[in-house]
Design a protein around this ligand. Sequence first.
Ligand SMILES: [Zn+2]
Length: 447
Amino acid sequence: MTGTIVIKNGYVFDPLNEIKGEIMDIFVQDGKVVTELPAAELKTGTFIDACGMTVMPGGVDSHSHVAGSKVNVGRVMRPEDHYKATIQKTSLLHSGSGYTVPSVYKQGYDYAAMGYTTVFEAAISPLEARHTHEEMHATPIVDMGGYLELGNNFFMMRYLREDDIEKAAAYVSWMMNTHKTYGVKCVNPAGVENWGWGKNVSSLDEANIHFEITPREIIKGLSEINERLGMPMPLHLHANNLGHPGCYTIAKESLKILDGIKPKQNMDVEWAKIKMDPARNRSVYLAHLMFNSFGGTIWADLKSGVKELAGYINNKDHVVIDSGCVPFGEATAMTGDGPAIYDIYKLTGNKWSNKDVEMEGGSGVLPFTYLKSNPVHSMQWAMGLECLLLINDPWKTIMTTDSPNGGPFTKYPEVITWLMSEAYRKQTISECHKWANDRSGIGGVRR
Ligand SMILES: [Zn+2]
């Protein structure tokens, strides 16, 4: 983008620079925001009148499912998701369709319409990376990147089993480079490999079949490699046992493994041609906290475990989370955690797709509807908001719906309304099953 743009008289919000709604002008020169423009440029540039409007930095969605084979499976297996939500071709736009799993064109327009400029695909299987890039490339307007699934990779597990961290790091470095991915993803470590045998793992110290490696060893190894290579972001973790009563304990124990791991800071990574952000001080990104925060022991005594996890995160500085909010309504569950989706299939009987990616992992896809009348769904709504409201430092949190798992990303404005308005939360509590209030702390949040 060349030339200059002046965005005039908007209410500017920029948390990094502590600008909170001041009326000011924003100058853009050759695609970059600058503090001022030469006088000559001020006469010739493009002017945008933002009077009465909010001007903010572009939104970044750090965890969404928007490209690749499992997303496409979601599109293909859900015609009912597509004929209800369509956009027509215009002289500027492509046509598109899809509500929870939109087509590539529609998802680019929908994100841009909300002010988002960057979206990360949360799970790329290496063998499917080429297709994923094709879809990211075809998605208009927003910049995209993705995280490479390495938590159940045959070579990874073998090198870590042999305690050969050098070889494992060289392998990850080569994989990140050849597959053009941005972060290291770890989904149900050791468990998805067991799913190839119809099994899972249930504790951090249970070794899996054949590779004889435990989730704890994989989490620790991948994190060590992540810092050894000086990756731009912390290890992206989808903890074991996700979505099951009591799973918050394994999530908390997983976070403890990475307490004390020193993030490599302020380092130039030459192969990637990037300058590291010197501010990174987190060693782990726990994805969609809500799905990792179920308390209780069985479905009947289920309760929110967010308070315990938020308490831990409030006292530590090595964790950043995204929320995985549930705004009610239609969703499509899709994850690299194949056994987790199978368990939802057994509960709901909804149509279900499962996939095993040779030597790398797998995935599951299943349509899902969250209802205010359902006790568990109501509690999940409350828990998603707790994830963002009970953690004191907002810089440790990122708002998501784990789109489309908790609901589509187009519901973000409604999630923001619940976060900003105690009255709106109270109103929704009154419309929900009583578990929302009785089994979470959401009713007592004044924030
Ligand atoms: Zn996800």
